[in-house]
Design a protein around this ligand. Structure first.
Ligand SMILES: Nc1ncnc2c1ncn2[C@@H]1O[C@H](COP(=O)(O)OP(=O)(O)OP(=O)(O)O)[C@@H](O)[C@H]1O
Length: 305
């Protein structure tokens, strides 16, 4: 990636809080125009990564760059719009006043009315920001992030507290914004959201990037298919050595094989006569996530996908 194509760059970035290594040697690059999901469990390091990216926190080691300079410079230049997880409540001002205030601090903001419409809060324009519901507050935070018409939009768990309808409207607005060539980074716990709305998914676990690719690539990296069958009294010896098999999981009398080559695995099982209750299914993204984060199967390294 050349300098001019790069929006975000982390090189060997680490950040600890006391004994807790929140971010543990992260290298990553995000190109301009990409929509990237930062996916991970609670405590994986997503918010810390985002605060380092925004220059709100300093790394103990390594370098963070936005648009090939320090984050503070990009933020000062109005290139970044953010929606941090914890928004400070500003008492007594209205939604329109807040969005206008934020827009006024950027060199080339979007029209305030347009922002309110895009964030689905035009009907709340006159309401006080400290008297909104959780979902309404979340949409105001989105409007705040959009207000300056930033080149890079950073959203920490943007759909938390949103109901189904608001969630759909949010993603539509986010995609409309991204279509204009802007770069978007959002964090989420939800695999489906990451898969549906990002060009690329970075899976973070214990402060490290353990996988980086599209949803499809993640599924493949975690082992393409699952083959299940009934043991019917036979042993499990040798199953791990069958062609394609990556892991063997036994639950009661049923075995689940994760395999890179389900055809070869099924043929080998047929030769052993182990076909009672045979089922073949593609690995789900949930499943891939559990493998990649080491919750299921042994996996500690970054998957190159
Ligand atoms: N200010 C802080 N002081 C001490 N520990 C912190 C601080 N901020 C984060 N941590 C710890 O660093 C780790 C990573 O936290 P972080 O908030 O980045 O995770 P996350 O992936 O955003 O989690 P969540 O999905 O729950 O929001 C956690 O173990 C957390 O307890």
């Amino acid at each position: 990636m050349t300098q001019t194509e790069r929006a975000v760059s982390f090189t060997g970035v680490a950040k600890a809080f006391g004994d807790i290594c929140a971010v543990d040697g992260v290298d990553l690059e995000i190109a301009r125009g990409e929509t990237v999901a930062l996916l991970g469990r609670n405590g994986a390091g997503k918010s810390t990564t985002i605060s380092l990216l925004l220059g709100l926190n300093k790394p103990d080691m390594g370098t963070v760059e936005l648009f090939d300079g320090p984050p503070e410079r990009a933020v000062r230049a109005g290139l970044v719009g953010a929606m941090p997880q914890e928004a400070r409540a500003v008492p007594r001002i209205t939604v329109r006043e807040l969005v206008s205030f934020v827009a006024g601090r950027y060199p080339a903001p979007l029209p305030v009315t347009g922002v309110l419409e895009l964030a689905g809060i035009a009907h709340l324009a006159g309401r006080r920001v400290d008297r909104l519901s959780g979902g309404q507050t979340q949409r105001v935070r989105f409007a705040v992030a959009l207000a300056g018409n930033p080149s890079l939009l950073v959203l920490d768990e943007p759909t938390a507290a949103l109901d189904v309808e608001a969630r759909l409207a949010f993603w539509e607005a986010m995609r409309a914004y991204a279509r204009g060539g802007r770069t978007v980074l959002f964090s989420t716990h939800y695999l489906e959201e990451a898969d549906a709305h990002a060009d690329r998914i970075l899976v973070l676990d214990r402060g490290r990037v353990v996988a980086d690719g599209t949803g499809e690539e993640l599924r493949r990296a975690a082992g393409g298919s699952l083959v299940a069958f009934d043991l019917a009294g036979r042993g499990t010896g040798g199953l791990a050595l069958l062609p394609g098999v990556r892991s063997v999981e036994v639950r009661g009398d049923r075995v689940r094989l994760r395999t890179d080559d389900s055809d070869a695995t099924v043929i080998a099982l047929a030769e052993l006569g182990a076909i009672r209750g045979l089922e073949v299914a593609p690995a789900s993204l949930d499943d891939a996530f559990l493998v990649l984060t080491g919750t299921r199967g042994a996996q500690g390294k970054r998957e190159t996908v």
